[in-house]
Write a protein that binds this ligand. Structure first.
Ligand code: BDR
Ligand code: CA
Length: 327
């Protein structure tokens, strides 16, 4: 899924549209994508999640300003899930400002007037078959776009999303991962979409460790983006040290970018997926139909296989990310 060949055999960057709730690891993933010539970031759409949408939108704008990429549009998206109240921000993970309490200057740029889900529809329909959606937060905007344009899925190149846990426990509850539990109904609608979907969930992201020694390398980088990552990641690493006793961080959102650039570093299985949208302790759990689907399993019936990432050469992808950031 890296750069593709055009009709005359030249490499063309893959167009990606990132839906995001920045968020420290979202910031890392966005910069990583911007520094990768195989990828053409055609827009950022924002969503609630790690912080309120006002905050994530401000951060998305500032990140593009820091990267010198204010040519990329930012469309503001949903500020609450489809069918429940927002569970609220997670300042103990990402800081009150979503950027590790580094308190960024206010952006000088503004979001476009188009709402995120409309922007997704318009962008995909203007480039049929060319856009890969890369959701890094709750799937509310993507579900809204799929509902607004029933043929959207057929016009996508695919979806590579961070979220879910098929074969391990959750991180936001014992049962569920944060992005999915923040809007299980939206996530279930997205996993039902008839297009190629890659799920980079906790199964693989919690196998990918960026150590504190790795993180220290961001201080060597010469770009404003690397300096920003160096400033925001100590807060995040502190959370991991206190919560899990980790020497470093799990690499969540950047896994989508690494997969797009270097799928050879990953292994996967393919099964249909649905999401627990009930009120049990497993609300938000991604459930893979491991042994096929009979007529009795209506929740999965008619769904295409999702590529669920399960293994990674984590040193290879961490080195790739650091190299792209010049660190
Ligand atoms: C996901 O939740 C958020 O906190 C991160 O940004 C990532 O997208 C990990 O579960
Ligand atoms: Ca995120």
């Amino acid at each position: 899924m890296g750069a593709r060949l055009n009709r005359v055999g030249e490499r063309r960057p893959r167009k990606i549209l990132i839906d995001t709730d920045p968020g420290i690891d979202d910031a890392m993933a966005i910069f990583y994508a911007l520094e990768s010539p195989e990828l053409d970031v055609v827009g950022l759409t924002t969503v609630f999640g790690n912080a309120h949408t006002d905050v994530t939108t401000r951060n998305a704008l500032r990140l593009l300003e820091i990267a010198g990429r204010t040519d990329i549009p930012v469309a503001r998206g949903a500020d609450r899930p489809l069918a429940m109240e927002y569970r609220g921000p997670v300042p103990f993970v990402h800081g009150d400002d979503g950027m590790g309490n580094t308190v960024l200057d206010a952006p000088t740029t503004r979001p476009i007037a188009t709402a995120a889900h409309r922007f997704i529809v318009e962008t995909v329909m203007a480039h049929p078959g060319e856009i890969t959606l890369v959701p890094l937060g709750p799937l509310t905007n993507v579900a809204a776009a799929l509902a607004a344009e029933p043929t959207l899925a057929q016009h996508l190149a695919g979806i590579v999303l961070m979220g879910g846990n098929a074969f391990c426990g959750g991180n936001a509850s014992p049962g569920a991962e944060a992005n999915i539990i923040n809007d299980p109904e939206a996530a279930d609608a997205v996993f039902a979409a008839p297009c190629d979907i890659v799920m980079a969930g906790l199964d693989v992201t919690e196998q990918t460790l960026m150590t504190n020694a790795d993180l220290a390398r961001y201080r060597r980088g010469t770009t404003p983006a690397a300096a920003h990552v160096a400033a925001i990641t100590p807060f995040y690493a502190n959370f991991y040290r206190h919560r899990l006793g980790l020497d470093g961080i799990h690499v969540h959102d950047s896994t989508c970018i690494s997969y797009l650039l270097a799928p050879q570093h990953y292994t996967w299985v393919e099964h249909p997926v649905c999401v627990d949208t009930g009120d049990s302790v497993c609300r938000g759990k991604t459930l893979a139909a491991l042994r096929g689907v009979t007529d009795r399993e209506v929740a999965w019936s008619g769904r295409r296989d999702v590529r669920i990432l399960t293994g990674v050469d984590d040193r290879a992808v961490v080195e790739l990310e650091l190299a792209r950031m010049g660190c």
